[in-house]
Design a protein around this ligand. Structure first.
Ligand code: NAP
Length: 288
């Protein structure tokens, strides 16, 4: 029996959908916090188990009878360190045999510009490796899906204003990452492997601007302000400082080359080329 956590979320839900093409629904369980959010999966015949990474008892109950567990990192970044350690401990106590964890691929794991995101991944990976359980790490690079979150929906009119310098990222779509996770869950031979999950091209924001120009027929420019100008400009436009702090930190990590790696196991896991960023942008900005 396979269990996917975070299944009411975007990566988890897509992973389960891919998994249903490979494994009978009766062999798939999911962990969700809210039964209503997982009702669609229940309707597909998946066993919905309710639990929260913060509630240890709910996890031991939910993980009982599970052989393979896909632990999807939580989105409560400030609290997910201890939450995920709970999940690892509960997996061990419940007799889970193999944990697959969605970590991150960062060229500078210690001393990262985004240590507030990295550190909980590092702690979780360490706990999994020390747990004695079989493990596989899916070291996800950045989703292409975060590009519109970073640069906004007015880029076709206003251009790109984002402090990522000349940093480049091998973005891959969340959908391709979900398909790769489903392929790992439904096949053997992945124990002790750390997969770099990334697209096959290094893409900077000047490249994003060039793609959007080509797709839209407009002249879309990339402007990389310094972090202070970026924060002041967004504040003046009424963007909440928490959001700007988050996007600015990621821009800093991108500028520092923290995601710039050529390691990439995604084509092998998919058995095909990953979707390109340009193709993703076409759909994301309705430029078909
Ligand atoms: P998402 O849509 O926000 O889904 C996150 C899932 O985690 C949700 O289903 C959420 O449950 C679940 N979760 C959060 N806290 C939990 C808790 N205490 N107990 C149980 N479940 C909990 O994010 P996503 O797009 O699927 O991405 C999956 C993860 O990848 C994120 O959580 C984040 O760690 C990471 N991420 C990576 C990138 C990247 O570019 N590589 C970008 C964004 C996020 P509910 O449905 O109940 O809220």
């Amino acid at each position: 029996m396979i269990l996917v956590t975070g299944a009411a979320g975007q990566l988890g839900r897509a992973t389960v959908e891919f998994l249903l093409n490979k494994v009978p629904a009766a062999e798939i369980a999911v962990l969700a916090r809210d039964a209503e959010k997982a009702a669609g999966l229940k309707a597909l015949g998946v066993d919905v188990r309710i639990g929260d990474y913060s509630d240890y008892g709910s996890l031991t109950k939910a993980f009982s009878g599970i052989d393979k567990l896909l632990l999807i990192s939580g989105n409560d970044v400030a609290n997910r360190g201890p939450q995920q350690l709970n999940a690892v401990r509960a997996a061990k106590e419940s007799g889970v045999k193999h944990i697959i964890y969605t970590s991150v691929d960062n060229t500078k794991p210690a001393g990262s510009v985004i240590a507030f995101v990295e550190d909980s991944h590092l702690e979780t990976v360490k706990a999994i490796k020390e747990s004695g359980l079989r493990w596989t790490m899916l070291n996800n690079n950045l989703y292409a899906d975060v590009i519109p979150v970073f640069i906004g929906d007015k880029v076709l009119e206003q251009g790109i204003f984002f402090p990522a310098g000349t940093g480049r990222v091998p973005f891959a779509t969340r959908r391709d990452m979900a398909e790769a996770a489903a392929n790992v869950l439904s096949s053997e031979g992945h124990e002790g492997k750390e997969y770099a999950i990334a697209g096959d091209a290094q893409v900077g924001f000047a490249d994003v601007a060039a793609s959007l120009s080509k797709l839209s027929g407009k002249d879309i420019r990339y402007h990389a302000p310094d972090a202070k100008t970026y924060a002041e400009t967004l504040a003046a436009a009424g963007v909440p400082p928490e959001f700007t702090g988050f996007t600015s930190a990621f821009a800093g990590a991108i500028a520092a080359g923290e995601f710039e790696t050529t390691k990439n196991d995604l084509p092998q896991l998919l058995g095909r080329k990953p979707e390109s960023v340009e193709n993703f942008l076409k759909a994301a900005y309705g430029l078909n």
